[in-house]
Design a protein around this ligand. Structure first.
Ligand code: X8Z
Ligand code: ZN
Length: 645
């Protein structure tokens, strides 16, 4: 089902959109005279008419719901929260009704496309509500669900870290922030830290006390979310059961063109493929952190302290490149510094991203993109800063919303968000229910695959650097990529492993936090910087949990994007190492890529994968092969270490 807001705010409980009242189509057919005398046969359900009406209803609904969600996410107030919950509730009622109506068509002959649309209608909601009781009761539950969902998301959006001298050296922290602000107007020294600021400090400070305070300060935004989160799951599970799913986990996992249990097995297979690579990176990084901070801060064995990894969730570790940099493998440039030195501003970064896509033969972004996108954090109002891409009219009113900073991470995120937008526009001629990614992992992988082409050679082509580093720098370049891509893999798995447990009732509110910490230990090999308070709700400090965005998509994306890269570079006739391959300017690869994008969700995802890569299997071998030289090097470095934790 079409995902309501890509990595964005949940508009209500939907993955999907829109609506108007659905006529009972088959009843409108004239009854043959000969049948009049016989007992009236039940009218034959007509899938085509039902689906056409459903698509129209959803499309009409999305016209206003998207705009309300956009305004809410760009301007969080009590009123826009109210509007978003109101529109979301209308969407829940429509989607739940349509999903339940698909039951009438069980056993009715239909085309594979019609069956696909029925499945999308049935399983595509993120958070369903039950449709039991009177219409008033149904509405009350839909209202409650959507009020909770909006509140959770807005609470996250408004989250801040208090400046507290008893916890950390406030002056030192403000120095780090002000240093990075360049010539901009100085910040109000009393204002609490935004997530971008706390994240900057986490990646730049090397003072363990400050790091701990940033980590704990941000994780203090979420205990308040816990009762709402619990109630939301109760409602969502009741809705999922009514639709014939075991629970919300079963429903989410049913969106991959195979039974949910098979999808879960696929995920395990992929994790088994990539886990050894992660373990090697973990082992090496832990040793470097131990050397930097000493045993009292980071012991030689056991898990890594989560706040030492340069990122609020320890999901990407590029912030500590300097600590783990392989000796004598210096690429000779630091993209963070280069962007500043070359006077890139957020708009120029987005223009550069756009130019990559147009170099592949894709059409330029529409003028409205520039007029309507939000590209930097506004000073005077609350917004949801987590980067997202929007497709407001489902045709070409595409936009991004992100609080861009001039650094390498956001340069990459821009390519990520634009990937969503170019995908959205490429599939805009599909039927409404097929205007979506082949699966949600594809949607996330498009822009990341493009960003894999940000190689030194490409940076030289666009004038950002003057000299392409020699092969001596390969390990350094690969290390930087691994901190972004390999470090992410267990985190990508953890978020939904946690939610599946919660949805299935295996984790109860009493153990919400412990389960999150346990999964962090099991998959990422990390541990919080200190004991957690009894009311902690650490999952709520990660956008996608209060934002209700399923997370398996990112794990899949981080596998798929390397399959895309391998296929694209083969098509381009590239024979060198994959991490040096850029498809910039290659319109032949672009044409094949566009074919996959244009398919949208109209076919099972293996068909889309095959269209671009020639293979139908999702497979971790491509990412492992990409990092093979680094993995061999890591194994050398790790000799004599007691790896794992
Ligand atoms: O949420 C995102 C994107 C928007 S879909 C910025 N990502 C995940 C995250 O930040 O947690 C991209 C990588 C993983
Ligand atoms: Zn995304």
């Amino acid at each position: 089902m079409r995902q309501f807001l890509l990595c964005g705010a949940a508009i209500g409980a939907l993955l999907l959109s829109s609506c108007t009242s659905t006529p009972e189509p088959a009843v409108l057919a004239p009854t043959p005279v000969a049948q009049l005398a016989a007992p009236a046969p039940a009218p034959k359900p007509d899938p085509a008419a039902f689906l056409a009406a459903a698509e129209k209803e959803l499309m009409d609904y999305s016209d206003y719901a998207y705009r309300i969600a956009w305004v809410n996410a760009n301007f969080i107030t009590e009123d826009t929260d109210w509007l978003n919950a109101w529109a979301g509730s209308a969407g829940t009622l429509i989607s739940v009704r349509l999903a339940n109506e698909t039951k009438k068509f069980e056993g009715v002959p239909m085309t594979p496309e019609q069956k696909r649309k029925m499945d999308i209608l049935k399983a595509g909601m993120v958070m369903p509500a039950p449709s039991t009781g009177t219409p008033e009761q149904q509405k009350a539950v839909a209202d409650e669900l959507n009020t909770i969902m909006t509140d959770l998301q807005s609470t996250y959006g408004k989250g801040k870290v208090a400046l507290d001298d008893s916890k950390f050296d406030v002056k030192a922290v403000l120095n780090i922030i002000n240093r990075s602000r360049g010539k901009e107007e100085a910040r109000d020294p009393k204002a609490p830290l935004t997530l971008e600021e706390a994240s900057l400090v986490l990646s730049e400070s090397r003072d363990p006390k400050i790091l701990k305070a940033m980590w704990e300060g941000w994780h203090a935004i979420s205990p308040v979310m816990k009762p709402d989160y619990q109630r939301m799951i109760e409602i969502g599970n009741a809705g999922a059961k009514e639709l014939g799913f075991k629970d919300i986990a079963d429903m989410w996992l049913s969106n991959y063109d195979m039974p949910s249990a098979d999808m879960e097995k696929t995920v395990e297979r992929l994790w088994t493929q990539v886990q050894p690579l992660y373990n090697d990176l973990h082992c090496y990084t832990r040793a470097k952190l131990n050397a930097k901070y000493g045993d009292a801060v980071q012991p030689k064995t056991g898990p890594i302290r989560a706040d030492l990894l340069g990122n609020m969730w320890a999901q990407q570790w590029n912030g500590i490149y300097d600590i783990v940099a392989p000796p004598s493998s210096d690429p000779g440039f630091d993209l963070n510094k280069v962007l500043v030195a070359k006077k890139y501003d957020p708009i120029k970064m987005v223009k550069t991203g756009e130019a990559f896509y147009t170099s592949l033969g894709l059409p330029a972004l529409p003028e409205t993109f520039w007029q309507r996108s939000l590209i930097t954090r506004p000073r005077d109002r609350e917004v949801i800063c987590h980067a997202s891409a929007w497709d407001v009219d489902n045709v070409d009113d595409i936009r991004i919303k992100m609080c861009t900073q001039v650094n390498a991470e956001d340069f990459s995120t821009i390519h990520h968000e634009l990937g969503h937008n170019f995908y959205q526009r490429a599939y805009n001629k599909q039927d409404f229910l097929f205007r979506n990614g082949a699966n949600d992992g594809f949607h996330e992988a498009i822009g990341d695959f493009v960003a894999l082409s940000i190689t030194p050679e490409y940076l030289k082509q666009i004038g950002l650097i003057t000299k392409v580093p020699s092969a001596d720098a390969d390990i350094g370049l690969l290390m930087d990529r691994a901190l972004e891509k390999v470090a992410f893999l267990p985190f990508g798995l953890k978020v939904d492993k946690w939610r599946w447990q919660v949805f299935r009732g295996e984790t109860t509110p009493a153990t919400y936090n412990q389960a999150w910490v346990d999964l962090g230990l099991k998959y990422q090999g990390i541990t919080p910087p200190g004991p957690r308070p009894t009311d902690a709700f650490d999952p709520g400090a990660k956008f996608h949990v209060p934002g209700n965005t399923p997370y398996l998509r990112y794990f899949l994306s981080f596998i798929l994007q390397f399959q895309f890269q391998k296929a694209a570079c083969e098509q381009a006739g590239w024979t060198g190492p994959l991490h040096r391959c850029s498809i910039y300017g290659n319109t032949d690869v672009g044409a094949k890529f566009t074919k996959m994008l244009e398919m949208g969700a109209s076919k099972p995802w293996p068909d889309a994968l095959e269209a671009f890569t020639g293979t139908r299997e999702i497979d971790g071998a491509a990412i492992v092969a990409y990092f093979a030289p680094l993995q061999a090097w890591l194994k050398e470095q790790n000799k004599g270490q007691q790896c794992r934790w």
